[in-house]
Design a protein around this ligand. Structure first.
Ligand SMILES: NCc1[nH]cc(CCC(=O)O)c1CC(=O)O
Length: 318
């Protein structure tokens, strides 16, 4: 058994401004709980950051950003890593676990533009930037007169591409903009009814090496049960559809005491086909609720939508 509470904690982080903000946020939260603890942040550049010009899903998917952080933890150079839950694969590699799901921030998508007030205000042919298939499908379905173009890079890069005129507007997560003090860039908030969020959107999670019970206990005050229940329900839907970057999938749960309402949507990237479903259940069994909503989606022909997704993806990569 290691000492409790630990006298020293190392947080490993990617060096992007958002990742650093998140690491510093967790550092400050831990420091407030344990004033005696010495907490440092170890910066690292991941392979995911180095290959931004290629489609992420083609070079290893969501896990890519995480790997080097896990290596640092496995080698004992760090105790924990902070992640956007949205970017985390459904199954963690053996030897790691998500010990903490933090309180959810704003889960909505944001419309950002210098010239237009909302998606509704964009003229035909206007270029909207997003690399999220979910957002792409939503725009294609609701605004067929707009043109969606890929948008990659960290938040500051994406905003500078907007500012230099490559796009009429871009769609980003509200949470990321808020964290970086960029709230004033938001022209319009897309409500869940307009743009159903991604599983885990707006939620931070803390990953630790599995089996470090003393560390888990140490971090427990940062855990938020309502956020954990919501994300368990949302991620259960993704797990069932084998979520990868290739499938536009939305799942958004709200928790009201002991009740959970889960809404989910699956679509083809071109927005031509989609299925939506929702159900309510007990906060004691969020995964079962996710399975129930996934079954409702399947009853609405989600498997055919999945097959159409795969066909569209194959056509694009060939
Ligand atoms: N895919 C990138 C990503 N992962 C998490 C966030 C935002 C913060 C969050 O949802 O926790 C973003 C940026 C975005 O989607 O605009």
């Amino acid at each position: 058994m290691k000492e409790f509470p630990p006298s020293k904690i190392v947080i490993v982080s990617r060096e992007s401004r958002l990742a650093m903000w998140q690491a510093e946020h967790v550092r400050d939260r831990i420091q407030a709980l344990y004033p005696q603890c010495s907490i440092s942040i170890l910066g690292t550049t991941t392979r995911g950051d180095q290959i931004l010009d290629r489609t992420l899903s083609k070079v290893g998917g969501k896990g890519l950003f995480v790997k080097e952080l896990e290596v640092a933890m496995a080698e004992g150079r760090a105790d924990l890593a902070v992640h956007c839950l949205k970017d985390m694969p459904m199954e963690l590699p053996e030897g790691f676990e998500l010990a903490v799901i933090m309180e959810r921030e704003d889960p909505r998508d944001a419309f950002v533009s210098n010239d237009y007030a909302s998606l509704d205000a964009l003229p035909a042919g206007a270029i909207v930037g997003t690399s999220s298939l979910r957002r792409q499908a939503m725009i294609a379905a609701r605004y067929p007169h707009l043109v969606v173009k890929p948008l990659r890079g960290n938040l500051d890069t994406r905003l500078s591409k907007l500012d230099r005129g490559d796009y009429a507007a871009i769609i980003l997560a509200v949470a990321g903009l808020n964290r970086l003090g960029l709230k004033q860039r938001i022209r319009f908030y897309l409500e869940p009814e307009q743009s159903l969020p991604s599983p885990g959107q707006g939620t931070l999670a803390i990953e630790i090496p599995a089996g470090r019970e003393e560390l888990r206990r140490f971090l427990a005050p940062l855990h938020d049960e309502a956020a954990a229940v919501a994300s368990a329900a949302e991620r259960s839907v993704s797990r069932i559809f084998g979520a990868s970057c290739q499938i536009p999938l939305a799942a958004y749960a709200t928790v009201d005491g002991a009740r959970v309402r889960l809404r989910a949507m699956i679509a083809t990237p071109d927005g031509s086909r989609s299925a939506a479903a929702e159900a309510e259940g007990s906060a004691d069994a969020p995964e079962a609720l996710g399975e129930q909503v996934a079954a409702l989606l399947k009853a609405k022909d989600a498997d055919a939508i999945l097959a159409a997704c795969k066909a569209q993806a194959d056509a694009e990569s060939s």
